[in-house]
Design a protein around this ligand. Structure first.
Ligand code: ADP
Ligand code: MG
Length: 353
């Protein structure tokens, strides 16, 4: 997916909500090593910080292994930009063929199908043909960027998670229609989870992982300071802090989704990269950004994308019903600023203690 960055101009990139991190400058009590590194992956950037109290491992080795893990998840498995990724092979495969898939692919698709059901179809990884037609995918952007209704209807006939027959035990997939899968709404979160499992497995208890704005944190910064994630103001200028929330060392994942980084404006209409799988069109309501806190980044990522499609009222009702921590920032109808709304579970994170 790396080519993606080059192809898109500022304001149209898939560069997602970059959560700002505020660092309270405090002298560390002990000299504790913190490995920090980052780079590009999945058409966006990643950044990892690992607190290494026992000086277990060299920064270079850690950076190399994490870089390789991300490369594998992106280029080998989930990218629609690399033509020989597992996902591209699945997308090219014939309808009705029994395809062997990787454990990772089975896990991501299984979660995607679960979130599809939970959100009444708002999250749907088969929306890919429409993502591409509206110019948000790997295909070259067309000059006639707004498709006709007939074109939308034709593409919609290929959209629907019910066309995916997944067997997570046998690790097989069958496409029962000519579907094209786009994992962009969930893969970054999944990558974050995989990195967290890797660091957990190596015995690290404090880290911060971020891929394209989706993140997972655990433990504390050196000096026992909490990681303090910030919610970004939904504006397409330089990142600004909208609100911050508090964590207390517990492992958690945060994902954000918004309509202000990857979009295009034409004839006074704002077209965002979240597509409503029911009508095949970019969402246009006033929800500007949403943040979800959950145990797993993949789930938070998919839910945040779904919530942008559902709009504030429906998304808020669902989040409350399932006890999810979710935060919604809506544009005021007069264009003058934003209104915030958050679920009861999110309120806990807005208290300092
Ligand atoms: P954000 O950039 O706002 O964080 P994500 O990157 O998580 O959002 O997901 C947006 C991407 O997901 C889009 O660029 C598109 O590729 C894909 N997508 C768009 N609409 C949907 C949808 N309804 N369900 C699943 N994926 C979608
Ligand atoms: Mg998402």
């Amino acid at each position: 997916m790396n080519e993606f960055l080059h192809r898109h101009r500022i304001g149209l990139t898939i560069f997602v909500l970059v959560l700002l991190f505020l660092y309270v400058q405090q002298p560390a009590r002990d000299v504790v090593q913190m490995h920090q590194f980052g780079g590009g992956t999945m058409g966006t950037t990643y950044s990892v910080k690992v607190v290494d109290e026992r000086e277990q491992v060299s920064s270079e080795l850690l950076a190399l292994e994490i870089g390789e893990l991300l490369r594998h998840l992106d280029r080998d498995l989930m990218s629609t930009y690399s033509e020989d990724s597992e996902l591209s092979e699945i997308n090219k495969a014939a309808v009705g063929e029994n395809l062997s898939i990787s454990r990772e692919m089975a896990d991501v698709l299984s979660l995607a199908l679960e979130i599809n059901t939970l959100t009444d179809g708002a999250f749907d990884v088969t929306v890919g043909p429409l993502v591409n037609r509206w110019g948000f995918g790997p295909e070259r952007r067309r000059s006639d960027r707004i498709p006709s209704q007939a074109e939308i209807d034709a593409l919609l006939s290929r959209v629907g998670s019910q066309y995916l027959e997944l067997d997570t035990d046998a690790l097989t997939l069958r496409k029962n229609a000519d579907v094209y899968i786009d994992l962009s709404g969930i893969a970054k979160g999944y990558a974050v989870d995989q990195l967290a499992h890797y660091l957990d497995g190596r015995g690290f208890g404090s880290y911060f992982i971020e891929v394209g704005g989706e993140l997972r944190i655990r433990g504390y910064k050196p000096g026992d300071e909490s990681w303090v994630p910030a919610i970004e103001k939904p504006v397409d200028t330089a990142p600004q802090v909208h609100n911050i929330f508090y964590t207390r060392g517990q492992p958690l994942a945060v994902a954000g989704s918004g309509d202000y980084r990857n979009y295009f404006d034409q004839d006074g209409v704002h077209y965002s990269h979240e597509i409503d799988p029911l009508n095949g069109r970019p969402v246009t309501h006033n929800l500007a950004a949403t943040y979800v806190i959950d145990a797993e980044a993949a789930r938070a990522d998919a839910l945040a994308t779904a919530f942008m499609v559902m709009g504030t009222d429906r998304a808020f009702a669902l989040a409350e019903r399932i006890g999810l921590a979710a935060y919604f920032i809506s544009k005021r109808p007069d264009g003058a600023g934003f209104d915030d709304r958050y679920t009861r579970a999110f309120a806990d994170y807005l208290q300092a203690d």
